[in-house]
Write a protein that binds this ligand. Structure first.
Ligand code: MG
Length: 383
């Protein structure tokens, strides 16, 4: 089959409002089509092969990486997001390759130590334009990865980059040209990007709950306050009377994901059938997002998120871990700002630049670190 025929066949199975392979606005640096892989398939493959992706393995999701072998890392979180989104994309006839590429790349820009690392780096960068992991993901794929002799970055398609840029201030949007335009004009991204965003929330709410129970930081009795858990737990207990407590909790969480994902498919499917956007660009011009949960499940999902914020993310033990991670980032930033020559390779060229460029180079270097590399660098710092 020729490339063009393969592409036509892929596109013919998509809904009219999906992003078809043939509609891509292309790459910054033009490249010939691949004989049998579509443009978004290639984007997905490029992300899987990049260094920033491999480093997700040793980056914190919620529990500091290395604390326990069974907790999610940013890599396994990323894979769970992709799995959920792919299921939904296939049921709604959206572009699965594009959806998967966005999901696999969505956390590439996360610094070590999860949100504590992001908050610390953003504080350090306060006078130099701040630090935001979505923008950092874009910097990685556009310039920081060095894999191709012909261009910087991994030269992804416009639609994949659109999906990676989940949020952005108006000030930053202005500097991003047509990619930032939707934040200025309050437009929507593609359905595939909207889906990756919701799948992210569904994945972390449920796996953080699972990890929270496993860690012993969450009390299973208190969890009964959360409607979604209680309802699914009661259903599981009815089906498996006498099952072990742990197995029932796992079954309840499985039931929760199934219920939320099924609702997402049904609600989004009916919103689309009602709205009938003509094509992917009509989706972008829609007054609001078209991918989402129905009200009863949305409210339950929010209740779960609030519970996790109060009882897990704000747990004193987690706060202690976060403070430790934030302090590592602070120490590294201050050190490399005064000693840029100690950064490896191209990062160290920053020493010749002004303070703003140096700060950005230091932030790029730190953001790329895994938790364990950051900790070990911090231990060896000479002041
Ligand atoms: Mg995520």
């Amino acid at each position: 089959m020729t490339a063009a025929a393969a592409r036509r066949e892929r596109d013919s199975t998509l809904a009219p409002w999906a992003v078809a392979d043939r509609q891509t606005r292309g790459r910054v640096h033009a490249e010939p089509d691949h004989p049998y892989r579509g443009p978004f398939q290639r984007d997905r493959d490029r992300i899987i092969h990049c260094r920033a992706f491999r480093r997700l393995m040793h980056k914190t999701q919620v529990f500091v990486a290395g604390e326990g072998d069974h907790f999610r890392t940013r890599l396994t979180h990323t894979m769970e997001v992709a799995q959920i989104a792919r299921t939904v994309a296939s049921c709604l006839d959206l572009n699965q390759d594009l959806t998967e590429a966005i999901c696999l790349g969505h956390d590439l820009g996360h610094p070590p130590f999860g949100h504590a690392g992001q908050a610390a780096l953003n504080r350090c960068m306060a006078n130099y334009g701040g630090f935001e992991h979505n923008l950092q993901a874009l910097r990685i794929v556009d310039t920081l990865e060095h894999r191709y002799p012909g261009f910087p970055g991994i030269n992804l398609c416009w639609e994949t980059r659109e999906g990676l840029l989940k949020r952005c201030s108006r000030r930053q949007a202005r500097a991003l040209g047509d990619l930032g335009e939707r934040f200025m004009r309050r437009r929507q991204p593609s359905l595939e990007a909207q889906l990756a965003n919701v799948a992210d929330e569904i994945a972390y709410n449920h796996h953080d709950l699972d990890d929270g129970l496993r860690s012993g930081l969450l009390d299973p009795r208190e969890l009964m306050e959360v409607r979604l858990f209680r309802e699914c737990h009661e259903e599981a207990s009815g089906r498996f009377p006498g099952a072990r407590r742990g197995a029932l909790a796992s079954e309840a969480i499985r039931g929760m994901i199934d219920r939320v994902v099924s609702d997402l498919i049904e609600t989004t499917g009916s919103s689309l059938r009602l709205a009938i956007p003509g094509d992917a660009d009509a989706v972008r011009g829609w007054p609001g997002p078209l991918v989402g949960l129905g009200d009863p499940v949305k409210e339950r999902h929010r209740e779960l998120a609030r519970f996790l914020t109060d009882r897990l993310y704000h747990h004193p033990r987690m706060q202690q871990e976060y403070a430790r991670g934030g302090a590592v980032v602070d120490a590294l930033f201050n050190h490399y700002m005064s000693h840029p020559e100690e950064m490896p390779g191209r990062h160290s060229r920053a020493r010749r630049r002004d303070a703003g460029q140096r700060a950005r180079a230091v932030a790029d270097y730190i953001a790329g670190m895994t938790d364990r590399y950051a900790s070990s660098r911090c231990k060896t710092l000479k002041s």
